[in-house]
Design a protein around this ligand. Structure first.
Ligand code: GDP
Ligand code: MG
Length: 179
């Protein structure tokens, strides 16, 4: 038996949020260190993977992308089931995308139906902080997260790669911790 073999954990991560907030860009920045300024609406659902080490655990993050405009139902609840973490993304420059967080949060819990909804790991990302037209104050977003069981909150720029690794590291850690 090879005792140097480490246990590898596969974690399913679902990324949700309105269309155009930067879900696909955040994933591309995190996994490929690339940013594509051209907007191409995501069709259906797809995933990318990233391997990382958390303490002595090898972790494979399987990050599922979705098209925000799509009806949740069309993805089917099988898509959500078995998720280990849900990332909710909004654009700090678009008020409406922030207001929609509650809907995405609720809809995820309804579809995924986790055994412990109160303690299910979410991470919230306020993206596009490189732009100069912020509409959602950081304080507002933090309050929203605090009122839902202290969800960790990150402000990022997928364009500049700012805080993206940190956000997904938190995703991995909270998912591992809740296993
Ligand atoms: P999705 O629909 O949520 O997957 O959003 P996309 O990742 O496709 O991004 C929508 C548009 O916003 C694209 O034109 C991206 O290039 C742009 N975008 C995404 N993230 C950022 C960011 O952090 N800063 C800026 N300035 N633009 C971004
Ligand atoms: Mg997309």
């Amino acid at each position: 038996m090879d005792f140097s073999m480490k246990r590898r954990t596969l974690l399913k991560v679902i990324v949700l949020g309105d269309g155009g907030v930067g879900k696909t860009s955040l994933m591309n920045q995190y996994v490929y260190n690339k940013f594509n300024p051209l907007y191409k609406a995501t069709i259906g659902a797809d995933f990318v993977t990233k391997e990382l080490q958390i303490d002595d655990k090898l972790v494979t993050l399987q990050i599922w992308d979705t098209a925000g405009q799509e009806r949740f139902q069309s993805l089917g609840s099988a898509f959500y089931r078995g998720a280990d973490c849900c990332v909710l993304v909004f654009d700090v420059n678009i008020q409406r995308s922030f207001e929609m967080l509650s809907n995405w949060h609720e809809e995820f819990l309804k579809q995924a139906d986790p055994s412990n909804p109160e303690s299910f790991p979410f991470v919230v990302i306020g993206n596009k902080i490189d732009l100069d037209c912020r509409m959602v104050p950081e304080e507002k977003a933090r309050d929203w997260c605090a009122s839902r069981g202290n969800i960790p909150y990150f402000e990022t720029s997928a364009k500049e790669g700012y805080n993206v690794d940190e956000a997904f590291l938190c995703v991995a850690k909270t998912a591992v911790a809740s296993e």
